[in-house]
Design a protein around this ligand. Structure first.
Ligand SMILES: Cc1cc2nc3c(=O)[nH]c(=O)nc-3n(C[C@H](O)[C@H](O)[C@H](O)COP(=O)(O)OP(=O)(O)OC[C@H]3O[C@@H](n4cnc5c(N)ncnc54)[C@H](O)[C@@H]3O)c2cc1C
Length: 493
């Protein structure tokens, strides 16, 4: 009997699952290993006040092809939904104000709309006029290098637009400071705009998608009515539950003389979720109650957070260990709250609001979940998802859940006038969850991958530590990793 190649996918987040899906479809014998008791990594959906609500990501960018593309492959595309409301608010001088139309990652393209919003002073508007007065065409000094978003925007549009619009929008995505963020990985649209035209406003205008003849732009975001858990569930079903080794941490990656790998694992008893079946690989009990095991495979997809990948590659590649190991992460928490609609006054006519860091609030953003996705409010409850935590604001870590809910409620009372007690509230803490890409990160990852291809060609990286933390980018990284290994393992494929 011919035995085909066997691949270990380390990490069952969306990147690992995407890789495992493509490998399985190509007939590869796959094993997916993760310490958690369920697959999905940062994607988790669970019941909250009678509906399935996401504990973290609740939608993804539809303009990038990879999220919608995976849903298409899984037969989920017809189920995709889009937020019912596109416009959002921002906290400005202690009040909620509507963001103007035509923002490209916070950079205004419609100055009349910006002026009407009242968010930027006369001096700030004058600074934008200076930007528009620049001659047309690409800046001659551009050497194609990465920089921070702060460097890019502050120098062209001034501090006010950056602090009132650009930083709140971007830090709503990665919980970091746009002053530190790689423009290439965190704001590629702005970098392209800046390279296209000396005026960033004009360059941003060119980035707006064309309005189709019938009017109305294509939806920016896509989601699933049952939450992101639906995507995870469909992937797990397609891969096959029997291929998962949950409740199991990979501790070492040992290269064999024949080029194969032994993946050493360790588990604490009862960590695995019985829903995903018993642990199938050989185990030996240790005195501590932990059980050691191993898998022997031909190749490995490392779809783990940067520091974990660094630790596992450390013995083989010092450079990769340094680059991936030094990637900083921000911690955040999502506080879900539900009220009876009668207790929430005013119109919830936005997708939610953003909070500039200079407001000093604990909140960093609040998604009006049931306004964005009306099925989440069909039972007469208003459901919100408030966010706290930034790379430079870890105040929430010192608060227990009850204190955190109390602080968030007080800020929501101030901003939205909701005084009543919620009918349900829950906190999800995501520690060291969101990578903070510094300028040059993309090039450093290119170098790590080149070294890996030379030194350990059977190992390939995937996930948010590479070139983007959004769900589509993570899916793309997983599918690319699978493709890379398929070309190696099945050269005639
Ligand atoms: C609160 C929050 C809100 C977000 N909102 C959005 C959003 O609205 N839209 C969007 O596009 N993105 C959003 N994101 C980002 C996105 O969800 C993540 O970047 C993405 O899911 C990461 O996927 P991943 O597979 O790279 O990593 P992960 O999901 O982190 O998966 C890595 C896996 O590796 C496992 N692992 C760790 N150590 C080991 C080990 N030693 N052995 C084996 N396995 C190991 C972990 O248990 C984990 O399951 C959000 C993230 C957070 C935290």
């Amino acid at each position: 009997m011919t035995v085909g190649p066997r691949v270990a996918v380390v990490g069952a987040g969306i990147a690992g699952l995407s890789a495992a899906y493509d490998l399985t479809r190509a007939g590869i014998d796959v094993v997916v290993i993760d310490p958690a008791d369920r697959p999905g990594g940062k994607l988790r959906t669970s019941p909250f006040a009678g509906v399935d609500l996401d504990e973290s990501a609740d939608m993804f960018l539809a303009r990038l092809p990879w999220g919608v593309g995976l849903c298409r492959d899984l037969g989920l595309e017809p189920a995709l939904i889009h937020p019912a409301i596109g416009s959002a608010l921002v906290v400005h001088n202690g009040r909620l104000r509507r963001l103007p139309e035509g923002l490209v990652l916070g950079v205004p393209s419609d100055l009349e709309a910006l002026q009407a919003s009242g968010l930027v002073s006369e001096a700030g508007l004058a600074r934008l006029a200076e930007d528009l007065a620049r001659p047309e065409g690409p800046p001659p000094e551009d050497r194609g290098e990465d920089c921070t978003v702060g460097e890019l925007v502050r120098s062209r549009l001034g501090d006010e637009v950056f602090e009132v619009l650009v930083d709140p929008l971007l830090s709503g995505v990665n919980a970091g400071r746009a002053d530190d963020l790689s423009a290439q990985l965190g704001a590629a649209q702005l970098l392209a705009a800046a390279r296209r035209d000396r005026s960033l406003v004009r360059g941003a205008r060119a980035q707006l998608p064309p309005v189709p003849p019938g009017g109305g732009r294509a939806p920016v975001f896509a989601a699933l009515p049952g939450g992101m858990g639906t995507l995870v569930g469909a992937l797990v079903e397609a891969i096959g539950i029997g291929r998962f080794r949950l409740g199991r941490t990979v501790t070492e990656l040992i290269e064999q003389p024949d080029g194969r790998f032994v993946i050493a694992t360790r588990t604490a008893p009862a960590a695995a979720d019985p829903a995903y079946g018993p642990v199938a690989d050989p185990v030996a009990s240790s005195a501590s109650g932990e059980r050691a095991g191993s898998e022997t495979v031909d190749a490995v997809v490392l779809a783990t957070p940067g520091p974990v990948s660094a630790a596992l590659l450390g013995d083989h590649m010092a450079k990769a260990a340094t680059e991936l190991g030094s990637l900083a992460y921000a911690s955040v928490a999502i506080i879900a709250l539900a009220w009876r609609a009668a207790n929430v006054h005013g119109n919830l006519d936005a997708s939610g609001f953003l909070v500039p860091r200079r407001s000093g609030l604990l909140l960093t953003a609040c998604s009006w979940a049931s306004a964005k996705f009306p099925h989440l409010g069909a039972d007469g409850l208003v459901r919100l998802r408030a966010s706290v935590g930034r790379s430079d604001d870890t105040r929430f870590l010192a608060l227990d859940d009850a204190e955190l809910i109390g602080r968030v409620r007080a800020e929501l009372a101030e901003l939205m006038g909701i005084e009543a007690a919620p009918v349900a509230a829950r906190v999800h803490r995501w520690l060291d969850a969101l990578p903070q890409y510094r300028p040059g990160h993309g090039a450093r990852i290119d170098a790590v991958e080149a070294e890996l291809a030379e030194r350990l060609p059977g190992v390939v990286l995937a996930g948010a530590s590479l070139r983007g933390l959004g769900i589509p980018a993570c899916i793309d990284s997983g599918r690319r990793a699978a493709q890379h290994l398929l070309e190696r393992l099945l050269p005639t494929a």
